[in-house]
Design a protein around this ligand. Structure first.
Ligand code: GCU
Length: 677
């Protein structure tokens, strides 16, 4: 059945009949577990795509042999004259080239490490899956970002914070003895898109994961993932020395505390010799941290970094902080807390920053920390799980959101100082670079809940490898691999995907509105909520609608969060009259009769956006119906039902928000929208 379990690694029979002439056998060298994975994947992929039993050759005795290996494991490759290309490939990259070996025309897949070859093998299969020509290949590819990670927000009881695809795939109960096939397929899927790190546990950490019985389970997972180039990381609860170590304090400058972590880290490495390190959420949303002891984030991070350094482990310290005690605009706190610490972190500390300053909203301006901490390697944190973007029911393709942030210009080193250049280390010369995505993976048959949510996992990996890839290319690759190469399908389906995030913004958070969703579960609209005990949790804190207008004044006459941006970046937003309207209400409190670029008043524009968004959501559903001929029944119906729900909920968002905001604007909804939809 087409239940989606195979993700984008379906390897269905290819429509391209020439492939069988160009590919006749596989020759792999080396006996490492990674090279075994290469051999297995090429065999599985090619036999599915070419519909023929794949011969494993030991000599170059015919044309069309796919030779995979490193120059170290394969004399053939060593002598193939590809050394200069391999040099360009770097540590983890790969090359795929057509070469004559003797008088035989072969395809060489190589890299400087076995995992590079594995990435190359997956890329080669992707070329076939997407029906690219393979007669004359000359590909060199190397990742632009070093750490390409998933962050699972998985709890030890198998619930998943903000997870919409079932329970956690980590079955702590049956580990370490039972290795679910899912763990292996998870590793294959990640390796196929270049993901090389995974944080197994929730940022709201439970210290139990650091105890011996759990470390044995973590070791079992690390052993499964290692051949696929994936390192395991854990979240570290800052108060673990108190909770599981029996100490009276977790003060990072206390000698006993430091020793406790040193010992703990040593213990972890006896189980997992290539353990990646810790991800830490501290002093945020009630989590313990160094500030509990009047120490700084740097004090806390450095203590852990010192324990990890002898093993080359790293600390990924999150900048997602805001606290009750701080009355300032929540937008400002991360910058205020972290910029003064620039230069004070150990070299093996990265600071992980969410794409925007609030919290994974459907649209946010880039986080002002990007470019503002040149001495510290900043890691990007995107949210792949769709907490605020329709969760498991709405089709929202996130590559355009990721790309929008990455391409934003911080201006910190002059024009062209994009967030991507901050993140890939090129702007400030950092060797340690990273992108993380909060995973959308669970135990649902199809891993991600919504069939199209798989595309967001895929997009995260592809952009982490190469942030210059266009959203269109990523959408098309994923569609071809997951559904069909039929051009009629691809054209329509990719357009549907590429528009989906804009549509969601229109029916939920247009013109820079944000954080107006339902309380705690974060689903659907609830702009009226005003009774939560922390002011910055209430939607009214963000939209500030009143009789004069709507929006959050973050200019100098308001919270002045804008001052955290470089003057040239700020210039796009500073003046209400010229502000990029996509973020207008993010930065300004705007009068209801304000004239928008469309010529409409702000109120009319708000109505226009909500109505258009809901209408376009309906069109997504209708468009999908035209694709039935190209899609298997099961997935076709799943997506049909979900798009129907999405349309209904788009109307729910529209009606709830407009009727509520109307109580302030006291203006009519333009008559043209009054017809029933
Ligand atoms: C959001 C989310 C929380 C999560 C937090 C974080 O606020 O709703 O569930 O813990 O982000 O990123 O730490």
């Amino acid at each position: 059945a087409e239940n989606g379990y195979d993700l984008w690694l379906r390897y269905k029979p290819s429509g391209n009949q020439t492939y069988r002439q160009h590919i006749t056998a596989v020759l792999t060298t080396g006996s490492s577990p990674t090279m075994k994975a290469v051999r297995d994947e090429l065999t599985r992929g090619l036999s599915g795509l070419l519909q023929t039993a794949i011969t494993h050759s030991t000599a170059v005795n015919r044309d069309g042999i796919v030779i995979a290996g490193t120059p170290h494991s394969s004399p053939l490759i060593h002598n193939a004259g590809i050394a200069p290309l391999l040099q360009q490939a770097g540590e983890e990259g790969f090359i795929i080239v057509t070469k004559k070996i003797g008088d035989k025309k072969c395809i060489l897949i190589s890299g400087n490490s076995d995992v590079g070859v594995l990435y190359g093998a997956f890329h080669f299969l992707r070329l076939l899956q997407t029906e690219q020509p393979v007669e004359q290949l000359h590909i060199v590819s190397t990742p632009r970002i070093k750490l390409r990670m998933l962050n699972h927000w998985d709890n030890l009881d198998r619930t998943v914070e903000r997870g919409y695809a079932g329970f956690s795939i980590w079955n702590w109960h049956t580990l370490p003895g039972y290795i679910d096939q899912r763990y292996i397929d998870y590793a294959r899927a990640n390796a196929s898109i270049g993901i090389n790190g995974t944080v197994l546990t929730n940022v709201n950490a439970n210290a139990t994961i650091l105890t011996k019985p759990y470390l044995e389970k973590v070791k079992a997972l690390a052993d499964v993932f290692r051949p696929y180039g994936i390192k395991v990381y854990l979240t570290a609860r800052f108060s673990a020395p108190v909770e599981t170590g029996g100490l009276k304090t977790a003060d990072p400058l206390n000698e006993e505390v430091r020793q406790w972590w040193t010992k703990k880290v040593k213990e972890i490495y006896t189980y997992i010799p290539d353990f990646g390190g810790f991800l830490v959420k501290a002093n945020s949303e009630g989590q313990p941290g160094p500030q509990d002891y009047q120490r700084t984030h740097a004090d806390g991070a450095n203590m852990l970094a010192d324990a990890l350094a002898p093993f080359s482990g790293i600390v990924i310290w999150r900048a997602f902080v805001y606290s009750n005690e701080n009355p300032a605009d929540r937008h400002k706190q991360a910058y205020d807390d972290f910029v003064p610490l620039d230069g004070r972190f150990r070299p093996n500390v990265m600071v992980q920053v969410k794409n925007g300053a609030i919290d994974f909203m459907p649209r946010e301006p880039f986080h002002p920390l990007f470019g503002a901490m040149p001495k510290t390697p900043l890691m990007m944190e995107f949210q792949v799980t769709q907490e605020y973007l329709g969760q498991g029911t709405h089709l929202v393709f996130l590559a355009p959101l990721f790309a929008e942030t990455l391409q934003s210009d911080s201006y910190q080193k002059g024009p062209g100082s994009t967030v991507a250049k901050v993140i890939d280390g090129s702007m400030d010369g950092h060797p340690l670079t990273g992108i993380a995505g909060v995973a959308n993976i669970g135990s649902d048959i199809n891993w991600c809940g919504h069939p199209f949510a798989q595309a967001n996992w895929y997009a995260l990996g592809r952009l982490a490898w190469d942030h210059t890839l266009s959203s269109k290319q990523i959408a098309e690759e994923w569609l071809r691999m997951s559904y069909s190469n039929d051009e009629r399908f691809i054209g329509t389906a990719s357009k549907l995907m590429l528009e989906s995030r804009d549509i969601m913004v229109q029916y939920a958070n247009p013109i820079g509105l944000h954080h107006i969703m339902g309380t705690s579960h974060h689903y659907g609209p609830a702009p009226w909520v005003n009774d939560l005990n922390r002011p910055e949790w209430n939607p009214v804190y963000y939209h500030r609608a009143d009789s004069t207008g709507i929006g959050f004044n973050r200019t100098a006459t308001g919270s002045n969060a804008l001052a955290q941006y470089h003057p040239e970046a700020r210039a796009r937003w500073e003046n209400m009259l010229t502000c990029d309207e996509k973020n207008l209400l993010w930065f300004h409190h705007v009068p209801w009769d304000f004239r928008m670029k469309s010529g409409r008043s702000l109120w009319d524009e708000l109505c226009y956006q909500y109505y258009t968004g809901a209408e376009r959501a309906g069109k997504m559903r209708d468009t999908w119906q035209t694709l039935q001929p190209y899609v298997d029944r099961q997935r076709f119906e799943q997506v049909s039902m979900l798009l129907q729900i999405q349309h209904e909920e788009a109307i729910w968002w529209r009606n709830a928000c407009l009727l509520y905001f109307q109580t302030f604007s006291k203006r009519l909804i333009p008559a043209e929208y009054e017809k029933p939809s």
